[in-house]
Design a protein around this ligand. Structure first.
Ligand code: SAM
Length: 306
């Protein structure tokens, strides 16, 4: 599928994705755009390149494999890009499994420029709640409107955007949007938790726990802890800073991370914790471990409320 052309929406407008943690969603979108055109793509997201092209200051970022001369050896658009693609695919598959098992509510926490509502095949009675900041949705909607989102191949689910700060009272905004805690839910937090203070992360899990009927699923990306100084100086971080202006280590919360898998287990969830590299082996492509690896502390967690 291809979708139409989007014009740059203009640097003068406050589009909410120009700085700080919101800008990281464009980084992930560019990675998905590049992945989409790889012959062995793990995900195909035809919306991603339009977000990158439309945002102020990112129109020059690569969106095709041939825009990345060093290919997979490039620390940013090669290895980290493939990490984002692998993460997207692993969590796509998890959400679709949860829906097959009966969940009809999907909540994407820190949804950013995620296009799962349009990319994936959902049952017609499924509702996807996307939670993020208002500025991110304003930008996203402008681009989707420009593309005519009805051209999406699979728009079978109802998509509901929930504007909220995930460090504050997002639970009220979610229920006001129609979310029903008594129904099984598939929750996802990819690329979010490392940006939150530990207290907000714990509080977020307390809400997820309170709002999860039996049979609910939760998938998320967690970090074992703040990176060491050696890891912060790795080429991936230097390349990201120099080429995109995003200082990733500075955007990650520097305090020790809560042990959320243990918390979930204590609350009665059945929880499994994986390294991303297990998924590289499972899908046959993606990053493998390297010395002083910036990805080594990342864990992908899958939990079920029996
Ligand atoms: N999950 C998406 C994906 O993987 O494509 C986006 C990941 S992006 C790295 C992180 C997203 O989390 C951004 O869209 C950002 O706006 C959102 N985010 C970070 N902190 C937030 C907060 N306190 N409240 C709401 N959204 C937040």
């Amino acid at each position: 599928m291809s979708v139409g052309v989007t014009e740059n929406l203009g640097a003068a407008e406050n589009l909410g994705v120009t700085g700080g943690v919101e800008r990281t969603t464009l980084l992930v979108a560019a990675a998905r755009a590049i992945e989409t055109h790889r012959p062995d793509a793990l995900v195909r997201d035809h919306y991603a390149e339009h977000f990158v092209r439309a945002a102020p200051g990112t129109a020059h970022w690569p969106v095709r494999p041939h825009d990345v001369p060093d290919g997979e050896a490039d620390p940013l658009w090669g290895r980290l890009g493939r990490y984002f693609a692998l993460r997207t695919r692993a969590f796509d598959d998890q959400l679709l499994r949860a829906v097959q098992l009966g969940a009809r509510q999907v909540v994407l926490l820190g949804a950013g420029l995620d296009a799962r509502a349009f990319r994936l095949d959902w049952p017609g009675d499924c509702t996807l709640y996307e939670v993020d900041r208002p500025e991110v949705f304003a930008f996203k909607q402008r681009v989707l409107d420009g593309l005519g989102t009805r051209t999406g191949e699979h728009r079978t689910a109802r998509r509901v955007t929930v504007e909220a700060d995930l460090r504050a009272d997002w639970a009220g905004a979610l229920t006001a949007a129609g979310f029903r805690p008594e129904h099984p839910t598939a929750w996802l937090a990819d690329g979010l938790l490392l940006h939150l203070p530990g207290t907000a992360e714990r509080e977020l899990f307390a809400v997820v726990d309170r709002f999860s009927a039996r049979g609910s699923n939760l998938a998320y990306e967690a970090g074992l802890g703040p990176d060491s100084a050696v890891v912060r100086d790795r080429p991936v971080h230097t390349a990201t800073r120099e080429r995109t202006g995003i200082d990733l280590p500075a955007l990650l919360d520097a305090a020790p991370r809560p042990d959320t898998p243990a918390d979930l287990t204590a609350r009665g969830w059945s929880t499994t914790v994986h390294t991303p590299f297990e998924f590289t082996r499972h899908y046959g492509r993606g990053p493998l471990p390297e010395p002083d690896d910036a990805l080594a502390a990342n864990r992908w967690v899958f939990a079920v409320r029996p």
